[in-house]
Design a protein around this ligand. Structure first.
Ligand SMILES: [Zn+2]
Length: 187
């Protein structure tokens, strides 16, 4: 017999076999662990606690409603947000940047300096370049493996706030969508 219940985390509908009641699964909607239970009454999506303040997103410690955006310990009033956009957080100097600079120095800097000053023989410059090249290649592949971070940037009258960052670009776009809905709903 097929039974329906709601995920304890995201309230998404879960269909399961009666014999699986009480089992813990990872919700197919939100990925969080939830218990399969026999609902007391027929399943209908739960009514929002406050219909005047609908919640657009409640996931991973982020809650977006018509009046406020809560991200972890921070709370922003929707009325203070003029717009929201994605952003790339400053990642500092990447390995790839370091590798590129080293390569450039090796390829151009050393032979040039060597010729100008006639101090460094060409074979030294070539040798250094040959040593640097594999390091640069390794740095390149290591840096490529890293997923880039994406941020939710809130634009307020007081300036821009980088409210949340994650490597999960899909989740970031959902947060941005929810905040956009909240701004529209606020009017
Ligand atoms: Zn869920």
């Amino acid at each position: 017999m097929l039974v329906k219940c709601l995920c304890n985390v995201c309230s998404g509908q879960l269909d399961f076999q009666l014999v699986d009641t009480g089992k813990h699964i990872n919700c197919p909607h939100c990925g969080m662990e939830t218990e399969l239970y026999m609902p007391a009454v027929a399943v209908t999506p739960p009514a929002p606690i406050n219909p005047a303040d609908p919640v657009f997103l409640k996931e991973r410690g982020i809650e977006v409603s018509k009046t406020r955006v809560m991200i972890g310990a921070q709370t922003f009033a929707v009325s203070a947000i003029t717009s929201v956009r994605p952003g790339i957080p400053p990642s500092g100097i990447s390995l790839w940047t370091v590798a590129s600079v080293l390569l450039l120095l090796g390829a151009i800097g050393l032979p040039t300096a060597g010729e100008i000053m006639d101090m460094i023989p060409d074979w030294v410059a070539v040798g250094v370049f040959i040593m640097i090249a594999p390091i640069a290649v390794v740095c390149y592949f290591v840096s490529r493996k890293k997923k880039p971070m994406v941020s939710v940037v809130l634009v307020t009258a007081g300036g821009e706030v980088r409210a949340y960052s994650s490597t999960d670009a899909i989740f970031i776009s959902r947060v941005i969508d929810a905040i956009t809905q909240a701004i529209v709903a606020r009017g």
